[in-house]
Design a protein around this ligand. Sequence first.
Ligand code: BES
Ligand code: ZN
Ligand code: ZN
Length: 497
Amino acid sequence: MNITLESRTPAAIETQALVTYVFDEEPVSGRAGQLGPASEVLRRLAQNSELTGKALEMTYLHAPQGLKAERLLVVGAGKKAKFDSAQLRKLAQTALRYLKSRGVKRLVFLAHADGATPEAAQAITEGLILGDFEGDKYKTGDKKNSAPFESVALAGWDANGGAGKAVEKGRIIAEAQNFARSLANEPANLLTPKILGERAAAMARENGLECDVLDEKRIAELKMGALLSVSLGGPEPPRMIVITYSPPNAAPGGPVLGLVGKAVTFDTGGISIKPAADMDKMKFDMSGGAAMIATMHALSKLKPAIKVIAVVPSTENMPGGRAQKPGDVQTSMSGKTIEVLNTDAEGRLILADGVTYARKLGATHLVDAATLTGAIVVALGAVNAGVFGTDQAFTDRVLASAKAAGEKMWPMPMDDEYREMMKGTISDLQNISGGRYAGAITGAMFIREFAEDTPWVHLDIAGTAWLDDAKPWMAKGGTGTPVRTLVELAMNFDSKK
Ligand code: BES
Ligand code: ZN
Ligand code: ZN
């Protein structure tokens, strides 16, 4: 999709659709009120309460009087006090999908009169690119969803005021997020750990990143017994994918951010097998890993001044004659021993070795992302990801990054009492607590044992990694979370150290 800045006055812009937005308190304000005769029509609609400005309300006019544009779309932005770049991103996503479903392929997004900031340009760019994504790679012919948008332009920004840079940044971030979504959407037969490793290596090669994909032999040599144990049940070999971004301007001896992502390409539960209903969704169990790989893509272009290492343990979790059995004891790379009381709690096992390896590679700060527990979905639904951390300052930085990036996350407790619940009977640790309570927290507590004293944050994205149904602003399937948060964290890391 081509994205440019448009400098003509609104009335002179020839396009298939001109898009702008209005607030609840003042429905025909800003640019919407400066469109000559077309604004008169909008005022009439407002007087009749057919245009109110409430969030994501669509007012759609064909052949708007006095404008060269073929259509005018006015999107409700809701209350001004609640409006931020997250709202603006979602508004742009929704506008694009609304137009796309009506066959429109070119639009010009007109800034609100007092909203032509670089931040707004970035949010709108992200929204338009995220909105354009369709999960229809394997549909053919007329079964395809609508074809991608051809071009969009942003009007009302001063070309010398940083808008061009902001558009470029937004494009890099949203394209990375869409990359994570496309990986997540891949079915498990077409995205095995081996193929994920190849995809990561290809991305790294194309973008000047270092990449090391450890095969099953090297995984065994390095004694990554926790990752290996999960891979035993099926014929597909595991991989440990490592991507490194090492900028020349990183401070020597400075911080190294380690991004560890769970990439179970299919989770049947193993011998502790899952029920059949919705098991197909477990192809998304590699979403955390996909997000880490995609984040590295963005960072290779945005070039933060901090070294970042992504570590993505990847395997299938299958039942089989050689599969690990409930009660088996495994030795992790760290040397800590684990009783695997439930083979379906496999994410924490592979993350144990992922976190240990990231520390070995020099990570001074760790963030892991994983579709780890059904329990986090019970606690927070599909709205917020759960945030667990041992270092309050670092946890607060991740939460602030999430807020700035418009990805909803909520802090969860990590009291020592929960730690007791993960002590093993005949080994150091057990991989489930034994009861049903506090399932998301005990999962986090298990991973914590491997982070040891390294500042570490765990993001449980089981509820937010994919959408079961399409939304007006987003196609169903992988969401690509938490790519934006991690990019934000890395980009601001040096200044806040
Ligand atoms: N991949 C699942 C978690 C999951 C469940 C993600 C639903 C998304 C939606 C994970 O490996 C798992 O099976 N966890 C178990 C842990 C339990 C055995 C302690 C769970 O949540 O039931
Ligand atoms: Zn599982
Ligand atoms: Zn899983």
